[in-house]
Ligand binder design. Structure first.
Ligand SMILES: Nc1ncnc2c1ncn2[C@@H]1O[C@H](COP(=O)(O)OP(=O)(O)OP(=O)(O)O)[C@@H](O)[C@H]1O
Ligand SMILES: [Mg+2]
Length: 509
C-alpha cells in the first residue's frame, strides 16, 4: 500500500521506563505513518499501555526519543500531547455523563484554561452544536449533539471520545483495547470508523487481545514482550501462530476443550424462577447443576449483566424466587449473596472488582477474611500461601503481593479479580466476561481453572460476548434477548449461527 511507504508521522527511538520493581519498557522503538493502522500486541504486562501513556503525556519516559514529523518532542502532559497531535481513547472514558455530547467535546478541549468558563457563557451553543454535528458525522454517529452522555451506550461513548480526538485535530489516535467492551456489531462499526480515519490520513495505534481483529483492521502488527520490542510484520505476512509465539516467546497450545459434562441427575445448585426487574429483565427462569458451566450469550445490552446483578443482590428485583441447593433464599445485598454461597466476578474490574489502593494480597483475601483470618500467625501464613498459589496459577505479573492493584496492568487487574474468587469456596460462581482484557496464553489458564472448579462441584454461570469461548466452555447455553431468556441450548445443538439468531430476536423457542 502506498501510504505505508510514506515518512513516519511518529517515530519512537529506544524509549525506556521503569517503575519500582519493574522495567516496564526497555529501549522500545516504534514508528507509524499517516493513514496506517498498527496493531500493538503482547501479553498482559508487556508494556503496551505504558508506551501509549508516554506518547499521550500521562507518563514521562526515563530515556529515549520521540519525533513527530521529524521534530523531537517530549509530551509533557495530556494537554501538550494533544497539541502535538496525539490523542488517546482510554477504556475508562473521560466524559462527564450528565452533560451533552457537544459540551463534552468542547469542554474537554480547554478545561483548565483561565477564563474559559466565563467565555463559555458567551459561547454560541448553536455553533458548538453545528461543529459537533460535523464531527459526529465523521465518525458515523447517529445521536444528537444534544444527547446526554449518560444515555449513550459504551460504543456511542467511544464515538464521542473519537470525535473529541478529531476536534483537536489529532494526527495520531491511540486506542487501548477499544473493543473489549463492545459486542460484535459494535466492533464492526468501530472498524468502519477506523477505516474512515485511515482514509483521512490519520495514524491509528490499536491495542487488542482479540487477535482475529488484528487481521481485519491492521496494516502491520508490532509485538512487545517483557517491556521489549520483539518484532513486527506486515499483516500480509502474519498468522496467528507467528504472532502468538512472538508474544509469549514459545508456541503455545491454546486449545482447551472441556469434555466433562455433569450427569443429567446431578444436584441442582441454583434455581432461578421468574426473576424480574421491571423494564430491565423479564421473567427469567433456569436451573444450574453442580459442576455445570452454563454459558450466557446475548448482545450487549440484552440484560446479561443485569441478570447477574439481580441474582447477586446488587440490584433490587420486583419479582422472582431463588433457591440455592434446594433452599429458598432472600438475597437483598451482595453480602447476603456471599453468605448464601454465591460469588460474582464482575465485568468491570476497575470500578467493582478491586479496591485499587489496596495490595494484591488484601484484594485476594478480602472475600475470605472469615476463613483465613483468625488473627493467628499460622492463619496469616496460610493466607499468604493461598494468595501466592492463586497468583502463580494465574501468572499474575506483579513485583510483589504487596503491590497496590492500581499499578498492575489491565489484564493483571482482571486476573486478580479472578484470583479473589478462586480462593473463596462458593457453591455458585457467576463470571461476567471473565477473560476480558486477558492475553491468549492466560486465557487458556483461566479455562483450565474454570474446568477444575466445575469438577470440584461448583456451578458456574459464564457471561461472555465471545461466542468461541461460549461454545468451548459451556455445557448448556442460555441466550438472552431484550431482557428475556429466549433459549436454553444443549452444547450439541448450539453453534454460532443458532446462538446469534436467538440473540438477535429472529428466533423464539
Ligand atoms: N503506574 C505504575 N506503577 C507501577 N508499575 C506500573 C505502573 N504502570 C504500569 N506498571 C507496570 O508496568 C508493566 C507494564 O504494564 P502495562 O500496563 O504497560 O502493560 P500492558 O501491556 O498494557 O498489559 P495489559 O495487556 O494487561 O493491559 C506491568 O508490570 C505493570 O505492572
Ligand atoms: Mg494495558
Amino acid at each position: 500500500m502506498a501510504t505505508i511507504a510514506q515518512q513516519p508521522v511518529l517515530q519512537v527511538n529506544n524509549v525506556s521506563k521503569a517503575f519500582p520493581g519493574v522495567q516496564a519498557l526497555d529501549k522500545v522503538s516504534f514508528r507509524i505513518s499517516p493513514g496506517e493502522v498498527v496493531a500493538l500486541v503482547g501479553e498482559n504486562g508487556a508494556g503496551k499501555s505504558t508506551l501509549m501513556k508516554i506518547l499521550s503525556g500521562a507518563y514521562r519516559m526515563d530515556t529515549g526519543e520521540i519525533e513527530i514529523e521529524g521534530a523531537r518532542v517530549v509530551p509533557e502532559n495530556p494537554r501538550h500531547a494533544q497539541d502535538l497531535g496525539i490523542a488517546i481513547i482510554y477504556q475508562e472514558f473521560n466524559l462527564t455523563p450528565n452533560q451533552t455530547v457537544a459540551t463534552n467535546i468542547f469542554l474537554a478541549r480547554e478545561p483548565e484554561r483561565a477564563g474559559f468558563l466565563g467565555r463559555l457563557g458567551l459561547v454560541d451553543y448553536g455553533r458548538m452544536r453545528e461543529a459537533t454535528a460535523k464531527l459526529l458525522d465523521r465518525v458515523g454517529a447517529r445521536f444528537s449533539p444534544d444527547a446526554l452522555v449518560l444515555h449513550l451506550s459504551v460504543a456511542e461513548r467511544q464515538m464521542v471520545e473519537i470525535a473529541k480526538a478529531l476536534a483537536v485535530d489529532a494526527q495520531i489516535i491511540i486506542m487501548d483495547e477499544p473493543t473489549s467492551a463492545l459486542g460484535r456489531e459494535e466492533v464492526e462499526v468501530l472498524f468502519d470508523i477506523v477505516r474512515n480515519l485511515k482514509a483521512q490520513g490519520i495514524a491509528v495505534i490499536f491495542i487488542t487481545h482479540r487477535l482475529e481483529e488484528v487481521f481485519v483492521i491492521a496494516d502491520r502488527v508490532v509485538v512487545l514482550r517483557d517491556g521489549k520490542y520483539v518484532g513486527e510484520m506486515p499483516i500480509t505476512d502474519a498468522d496467528r501462530d507467528k504472532i502468538i509465539s512472538l508474544m509469549v516467546g514459545r508456541p503455545i497450545d491454546q486449545v482447551f476443550q472441556r469434555e466433562m459434562i455433569p450427569e443429567s441427575d446431578a444436584d441442582i445448585v441454583l434455581e432461578v424462577r421468574g426473576l424480574t426487574r421491571k423494564g430491565i429483565i423479564e421473567d427469567i427462569s433456569f436451573d444450574l447443576k453442580r459442576g455445570e458451566i452454563l454459558g450466557v450469550a446475548g448482545l450487549v445490552g440484552s440484560g446479561r449483566t443485569e441478570m447477574a446483578r439481580a441474582i447477586f443482590g446488587a440490584d433490587p428485583i420486583d419479582a422472582g424466587e431463588i433457591r440455592i441447593a434446594g433452599q429458598p433464599v432472600q438475597i437483598t445485598s451482595p453480602l447476603e449473596a456471599v453468605v448464601a454461597g454465591l460469588a460474582l466476578v464482575p465485568e468491570n474490574r476497575q470500578t467493582e472488582g478491586l479496591i485499587l489502593m489496596h495490595s494484591v494480597e488484601m484484594n485476594v483475601i478480602f472475600p475470605n477474611l472469615d476463613d483465613l483470618s483468625n488473627g493467628e500467625f499460622v492463619r496469616q501464613q496460610y493466607a499468604r500461601g493461598v494468595v501466592q498459589q492463586a497468583v502463580d496459577q494465574l501468572s499474575i505479573r506483579t513485583p510483589s503481593l504487596q503491590q497496590k492493584t492500581r499499578y498492575l496492568s489491565g489484564g493483571n487487574q482482571q486476573k486478580t479479580v479472578l484470583a479473589k474468587w478462586l480462593t473463596s469456596d462458593p457453591k455458585v460462581l457467576i463470571m461476567d466476561e471473565p477473560t476480558r482484557g486477558i492475553d491468549v496464553g492466560a486465557k487458556a489458564e483461566v479455562y483450565v481453572l474454570m474446568d477444575r472448579l466445575a469438577k470440584a462441584g461448583i456451578g458456574i454461570i459464564m457471561i461472555s460476548s465471545e461466542l468461541p469461548e461460549i461454545l468451548q466452555m459451556s455445557d448448556r447455553i442460555l441466550v438472552m434477548h431484550e431482557g428475556r431468556a429466549v433459549a436454553v441450548l444443549d452444547k450439541a445443538e448450539a453453534d454460532q449461527e443458532v446462538i446469534m439468531s436467538y440473540a438477535s430476536g429472529q428466533e423464539q423457542q
